[in-house]
Every structure is written in structure tokens, then in C-alpha cells.
Design a protein around this ligand. Sequence first.
Ligand code: 0O2
Ligand code: 0O2
Length: 211
Amino acid sequence: MKHWEHFLEPYKQAVEELKVKLRGMRSQYEQNTDHSPIEFVTGRVKPIASILDKANQKGISLDKLETEMQDIAGLRMMCQFVDDIKPVVDLLRSRNDFEIVEERDYISHKKASGYRSYHVVIRYPVQTINGEKNILAEIQIRTLAMNFWATIEHSLNYKYKGQFPKDIRVRLQRAAEAAFRLDEEMSIIRGEIQEAQAFFSRKKDLQQEEN
Ligand code: 0O2
Ligand code: 0O2
């Protein structure tokens, strides 16, 4: 147990630091533009039981976790529109506080399950009392609709341990198509939605100034 605490410490620090940094991108957008492509940011360190399960499933030996398990530190950036994802990825590419080591585009190439998301794996330097330690972290960038589907599917996956009954599998695939269409519909009326959001956020600002 002590060994795990020691191993996970830099990952915990990285998740906390990256949450602040990525949330900082959101607040800068909010201050400088009418629309932030980032809706919200979450992060977590993978629980030990999940690390062990995944290592077991993928045949990763425990002494290779650091190099072979890329999502021990995981961050998620949620966007309103599919078109917001690319500018967010471009911003990640332009940063100089970490290095991108891999990108996986499950939006142009959705997974067989119906999963859609854009994954960016980074090498992030953590400052420790023993010097700098580089760790891998995975940033998942997705729309709210993609996130809704993935969250539900993930819970069901947990319940059925990946072996879905046929009717559930079919329903999940239909739900994935519905989420895809929802994203498409929202993209079409994006201009209208953003105009309304900008109007309400200006109104809120004015009310705050009056109080
Ligand atoms: P569960 O139920 O197992 O999913 P804050 O206090 O707001 O700074 P907090 O409360 O520590 O932050 O966490 P945050 O950032 O709100 O989000 C934590 C939740 O985000 C996790 O819940 C995950 O569901 C989810 N999450 C975020 N990023 C990732 C990721 O990259 N991979 C995965 N698998 N999940 C992610 P829990 O606590 O793990 O509970
Ligand atoms: P968690 O913390 O429970 O979410 P693999 O595990 O082989 O699919 P790999 O190589 O680790 O893939 O990388 P990949 O596929 O880029 O990223 C894996 C993570 O993406 C998963 O983490 C999920 O968070 C998410 N993901 C991938 N496929 C699906 C899917 O079909 N449904 C859902 N809901 N999420 C998916 P873990 O390992 O599941 O961990």
C-alpha cells in the first residue's frame, strides 16, 4: 500500500496541476470572448483496482506501468460543439508546459462500441523533492453528448463486465447514433445558440455591475 501511495503521488500532483491549467484556459476564454469552447474540465487518478484490472487485461507487467499505461492520470475537457474540439486540441499542441506523445481520433474513427472522443497523450514534467519526474497523462476531449453516452456506457460496461446482452448492445449503438445526430443538429443551430448565450452572459454581467 505504501508503495502504491509513493507510485501514485506524482500522478496526483499532475492531475491537480493540469486541472488548474486547463480550467485556466476556460476562464481566459470567458474573459476574452463571447464563447468558450471549453464547457468544463474534470480529472482523476485511476483507482488502484482499475490499474490492476487493466494491466491484467492488456498483459502489462507492473514494473512497466509508467511507460505502458497512459491514463493513470486522466483529464477530460468537455465542449458544447464538435467544432470546438479542434481549436482546443490546437491550443494543447501549442503549449510548452508538456509534450504531446500521441493523439487518437475516435471522432473521425469511432470505436466499434460507438465511443467517440479525441484523446491526447502527453508527457508532463512534475517537480518533486527528488527532481523532475516525467509522467504520461491522457486528456480526453469530447462534446457533452459524447460524454453523456460514454458515461452511461461505462456504467453499464461495469455492470455487465463488457459482455452486454444483445438488446442492450443494440440500444447502446442506437443511443450512440442519436448522440451523433444531436451533435450534428446543435452544430447547425450553433450561431443561434451562441448569440443567445452571449446575450444572457452580458445581461448577467450588467446585473452584477448594478448590484
Ligand atoms: P466515478 O464515479 O468512478 O466516475 P474538483 O474538486 O472539482 O477540482 P474532483 O471532485 O476531484 O475535482 O473531480 P472532478 O474533476 O470534478 O471529476 C472527477 C470525475 O471525473 C471522476 O469521478 C471521473 O468520473 C471523471 N473523470 C475525469 N477525467 C477522467 C478521465 O480521464 N478518465 C476517467 N475515466 N474519468 C475521468 P470519480 O471520482 O473517478 O468517480
Ligand atoms: P476508465 O478510467 O475506467 O475510463 P483500451 O483500454 O485498449 O480501449 P487504450 O489503449 O488504453 O485503450 O487507450 P484509449 O482507447 O485511447 O483510451 C481508453 C479510455 O478511453 C478508456 O479508459 C475510457 O475512458 C475511454 N474509452 C475507450 N473506449 C471506450 C468505450 O467503448 N466506452 C467508454 N465508455 N469509454 C471508452 P478505461 O481504461 O476504460 O478506464
